[in-house]
Ligand binder design. Structure first.
Ligand code: AMP
Ligand code: MG
Length: 435
């Protein structure tokens, strides 16, 4: 799939050109991510949709504020409004309450000299007033309409929100490339905006390869197992808000895989396969994927997720990015989150954002050899004193989905890192931060 008006694609060859020499059999996570981000091109089409439908979508153009926010001077506290700049310094101030200004029900008079107005947070600052004193700082003289306070308690201009102080008319409120989260929906509503321009949804096709795989609902015979990768991929893609095309399980047959890749390339912006890229299987996959486009096969210096293919497919004039993931279920998830996800964000037109990594102590020692990045499944929890720490899950094999499901974060150990002692700080990437 591709947009008619799409910008010309950077080819994989262009993305690879100019890079320092690297070993495709020992590919670093950082370099792979750079190549993927350079090759992926944002989809061009933009559509105008209702703000609530835009949750999770990517803004296609800057949104310029049509209003001043706030649109009028108002109180930042419950209290009394008056002319603060006119007060003499020192001593006690005595003011008569001339009226009330509530949010949505302003005082329509003018506070004159010696007067103030009872005011609530968000209410229009009455004419003649420039300052608010919080109600806790004043005394009321009996049941009268007189309030008193120390002049020293007042800073002229305090506790007033000024016109346009959050956002002035004509200023960009949200920038193109922003992924719209709940706060952005609220901000758009605060500007009176009902619809926004967003990039079209990207379409991602995926399928599993393997003669041993059966789909849920089919009987298992010895040597078979259920295909779980299409379910984890479904879940991860669904949460990114992309359109999904599930092409099922494809047998380890070059023709069947080629046919499915061609369909995927016609129908989708990106294709994700799982299985068939490891040593022993890679040969025919490689030959066939190479026939369909420009695909590189890497052995990643990463665990889990060593075999990985990336490239561009072309079929009948349609183009799509290809991500060839390993077959092992935990490797699929690690590869998706750390290699594929950011590439899909680029396709979606999203402004790149570093995934937050937070340092916490580990309760467990971790054996690690330098030379590869490891993404261990971790369980982040607070100890009895409320201090957050991470425990590495008991089984880290690339085939084990159970610990992936028990974990709530990746413990991320960079290439250079060696063995880690209990109590040392390690970086975690929290699953809930990965959308
Ligand atoms: P492969 O990369 O095809 O050699 O697969 C590596 C391992 O992952 C093998 O044990 C496969 O049976 C397993 N595997 C491959 N695809 C899937 C899948 N879709 N669901 C569950 N396990 C899989
Ligand atoms: Mg296989």
């Amino acid at each position: 799939m591709s947009d008619d008006d799409a910008t010309p694609m950077t080819t994989l060859d262009e993305a690879l050109a100019g890079l320092p020499a690297y070993d495709p059999d020992d590919m670093t996570v950082e370099l792979a991510r750079t190549i993927i981000a350079r090759t992926a091109q944002p989809v061009a089409a933009i559509e105008q949709i209702a703000v609530r439908s835009a949750l999770g979508r990517v803004l296609g153009r800057d949104v310029i504020s049509p209003l001043d926010v706030p649109a009028f001077e108002n109180a930042a506290m419950d209290g009394y409004a008056f002319a603060g700049t006119a007060l003499a310094a020192g001593g006690k101030v005595r003011l008569r309450v001339a009226g009330r200004s509530f949010a949505g029900r302003p005082f329509d008079g003018v506070a004159g000299s010696g007067e103030c107005v009872r005011i609530m947070t968000g209410a229009l600052l009455p004419a003649g007033c420039d300052t608010v004193i919080p109600q806790e700082q004043v005394q009321r003289e009996g049941d009268t309409e007189i309030v008193t306070f120390a002049a020293d308690a007042v800073t002229p201009g305090r506790h007033v929100r000024h016109i346009g102080e959050d956002l002035a008319t004509g200023q960009p409120a949200l920038l193109s490339g922003k992924r719209l989260r709940p706060a952005a929906l609220g901000l758009l509503a605060s500007l009176g905006i009902a619809e926004v321009p967003v990039r079209r949804r990207i379409r991602v096709a995926f399928f599993s390869t393997g003669d041993e795989l059966r789909s849920v609902g089919e009987p298992l015979v010895p040597g078979n197992l259920y295909d779980s990768n299409r379910y984890t991929l479904y879940g991860m893609l669904q949460r990114l808000g992309v359109e999904i095309l599930d092409l099922g399980v494809v047998r380890d047959d070059p023709q069947a895989i080629e046919d499915t890749l061609r369909t995927a390339c016609r129908e989708a912006d990106a294709v994700i396969t799982s299985g068939g890229v490891s040593v022993g299987e890679a040969d025919y996959t490689r030959e066939m994927m190479t026939r369909l486009g420009n695909v590189v096969f890497w052995k990643m210096a990463m665990r889990p997720g060593r075999p990985f293919a990336f490239g561009e497919l072309e079929s009948d004039g349609h183009r799509a990015l290809l991500f060839g993931l390993p077959g092992n279920p935990a490797a699929v998830m690690a590869s998706f989150y750390h290699l594929v996800r950011d590439g899909l964000f680029v396709l979606m037109g999203a402004e790149p954002q570093a995934t937050p990594r937070l340092p916490v102590p580990t309760t467990t020692a971790i054996a690690k050899r330098p030379g590869r990045t490891e993404f261990l499944r971790g369980i982040l929890a607070a100890d009895a004193q409320g201090r957050w720490q991470v425990t590495v899950a008991d089984a880290q094999s690339a085939g084990i989905l159970r610990t992936m499901s028990e974990a709530n974060c990746f413990v991320t150990l960079d290439t250079a890192r060696g063995n880690v002692a209990a109590g040392e700080l390690v970086d975690v990437i929290v699953f809930d931060g990965l959308v």
